[in-house]
Design a protein around this ligand. Sequence first.
Ligand code: SAM
Length: 501
Amino acid sequence: MAEAAGDAGLGPAAAPEGAELAAVIGATVPTGFEQTAAEEVQEKLGSASRISRDRGKIYFEVPARSLPQVHRLRSVDNLFVVVQEFKDYQFKENKEDALKDLEDLVKKLSWTDPLKVWELNNSLKKKKTKRKKHNLQSPASREKLSDGGEEGGADQNNTNDQEDCAQNPVAVEPTSGQETENPQGVTSRNGVEEEEENEQSDVKVEVQASSECGTKAGDGQTSEGEAKVLRFRVTCNRAGDKHSFTSNEAARDFGGAVQEHFQWKADMTNFDVEVLLNIHNNEVVVGIALTEESLHRRNITHFGPTTLRSTLAYGMLRLCDPQPTDIIVDPMCGTGAIPIEGAAEWPYCYHIAGDNNPQAVKRAANNVCSLLRKNESKDSSSALGVPLDIVQWDICNLPLRTGSVDIVVTDMPFGKRIGSKKKNWDLYPACLMEMGRICTPGTGRAVLLTQDKKCFAKALSRVGHIWRRAQTVWVNVGGLHAAVYLLRRTWERAEERRPFW
Ligand SMILES: C[S@@+](CC[C@H](N)C(=O)[O-])C[C@H]1O[C@@H](n2cnc3c(N)ncnc32)[C@H](O)[C@@H]1O
């Protein structure tokens, strides 16, 4: 490790000849659900995870052959293979010196095994998508999706006041109004998650120039058998107020050194390799991205104004520990992110979802159809259908029998983009009453997401006889500090608004 860092780098030791290739995987997860993600990794891969001090990330080690299972994790947004990690990197105070150290770091890192893992990952992707020859997977598609969609774009980033994010190289130009920190044409974007109330702060970036430097490229062969020149970009996520440099400057200088070291070609949008430089105070992690598009988009094709990330939906569902045959209801389902994730991951439960907005119901139904089509093309056994019904209804008057539901999981209107804070004062107590009525006394549970915490606390205090708060998970939703509440149904009888139910 660079003397400047004053710390031994932690990274996977190069595998001895013949030994099985292992990978330290870094995964970005919804902030607040790090523990849930760690539990999923333990359960499905048998590996212990370390939760990063920089919230919203976990790290775990697996044999490289487990990569397909890693990609099937439900709680992770983006995956990368760790090249090296420095827990106590000593940044020089002087900007030029600090940047020079980062530049020098490139040639001291152990790239060999992480690049093998990246290659293996590429071959898996190629198999999966049956991509044509030449196509060494350009992650540029992620850019496109992040720009246009109503959700996403937080891919490798956590929201943090002090955080900024930049891609490296050469000359990049913003295409929409966006603060740029660097006069030399490098564009920054702040990593802000979007869902409700998102500030769309991504910018499209376009490469104006990239130096030509012919190079051999791992396994990248053209059809003529010539070595293909790999295209790359560096993305720097930085959080902390003690750095003398910006993320743009770090990405630019680190990227320059990567280009020189590997003789790769810098390309911001059409790249094969995305090198990640994550700096969080004095923690530095260098990685190589293994996902192009955040995995949270997996289920949704028809987005709405407040579509929830599938990864967050998974975390919420997991919190209430669904058991086979449980009846799970999302009474305000919007585009259906929660019930669709539920039906995909807990197919032995029966899922019912509804919304009072016909447009939302239509979108949710379209998302279910897309999922069915996807399943059909995968294999016939999963094409039988999804255990999910979608209904138009009003949460205050649900057409469900008293005590008939095991679990309610929903993402409530925050009162900003959907509804209003004023309306929430009536809606929230009515919701809690009706949810209390349909849930089985004694065993029923509810997992509810809201940013309108004051209103929720007041509403809950009014129905304390039927709901007991068991746990609160603080999450970051679209840059907003929100809460996920796990409530347990007491044995108390709920008030019957309509005696015939
Ligand atoms: C935060 S959004 C849910 C977003 C959803 N999780 C998704 O992934 O698209 C809240 C939803 O509550 C619905 N809603 C508001 N008032 C309702 C009511 N009285 N009954 C049923 N749904 C209602 C809205 O139409 C909206 O779709």
